[in-house]
Design a protein around this ligand. Structure first.
Ligand SMILES: NC(=O)c1ccc[n+]([C@@H]2O[C@H](COP(=O)([O-])OP(=O)(O)OC[C@H]3O[C@@H](n4cnc5c(N)ncnc54)[C@H](OP(=O)(O)O)[C@@H]3O)[C@@H](O)[C@H]2O)c1
Length: 191
């Protein structure tokens, strides 16, 4: 994966070759062009950077392309240049700026991979989440993940944890079914 700061074509080419060598691969399955900064997506054309990755794809060094931390305009710009298979942006129960983008991508069969699905450095906390979790005899975090999974079939989750107990809780979220009442209550968190 290219580093957080790789934007210049030369730098992107160098990092893709370094990744291939360090992983001992002939082709990288997926490369994300990581955009924006720590405060979120930043507007601006991505054509030059994205074209560099498209060229590497044409050379057979990359199978699929994606964009991360991107504005709606940048996602559209990437799609006008080449096919993308996913968008990785910040999205969770409390942070729903991408609701519209999410639905557009679902219609186009492009995966949406939320980063910070559990809130990242500020883990999700909400009385509604706690209430729904207690009704379901589940943990709040597993309910937050279940909500994402029920949000749309194009979602792909990579919640981070350093704890086996949390990993078990998070996997349990995939088995929860939220009722329309649960969903309506949880929907209020991000509104
Ligand atoms: N593309 C980008 O720009 C970008 C930016 C940021 C992150 N990411 C990626 O997005 C993914 C998710 O990011 P993330 O891991 O930082 O955010 P996250 O999944 O929202 O949150 C992880 C935090 O939640 C805690 N947690 C996990 N499961 C829990 C549970 N069941 N109960 C209580 N706390 C729990 C973790 O602590 P414990 O370790 O104690 O469980 C950790 O502090 C990662 O793969 C990351 O590499 C991408």
């Amino acid at each position: 994966m290219a580093s957080a700061t790789a934007r210049q074509p030369d730098e992107l080419r160098r990092q893709v070759h370094e990744n291939l060598e360090s992983l001992g691969l002939d082709v990288l399955d997926l490369v994300n062009l990581r955009l924006g900064d720590a405060t979120g997506p930043q507007p601006g054309s991505i054509a030059e950077s994205f074209q560099a990755l498209v060229e590497l794809q044409r050379q057979g060094l990359i199978r699929h392309l994606g964009v991360s931390n991107a504005t709606v305009g940048q996602v559209a710009e990437a799609r006008s240049i080449a096919s993308i298979v996913w968008v990785q942006n910040m999205y969770n129960l409390a942070h729903r700026h991408d609701d519209g983008l999410f639905d557009t991508l679902a219609g186009a069969g492009i995966a949406y991979v939320p980063f910070f699905p559990l809130g990242g450095f500020s883990p999700l906390q909400s009385s509604a989440l706690t209430r729904v979790a207690s009704r379901l005899s589940a943990t709040p975090m597993s309910v937050a993940l279940a909500w994402l999974l029920q949000r749309s079939p194009n979602i792909l989750l990579v919640p981070g944890t350093s704890s086996t107990a949390h990993l078990r809780e998070n996997v349990a979220g995939a088995g929860l079914t939220l009722s329309p009442d649960d969903l309506a209550e949880l929907d209020q968190i991000g509104r």
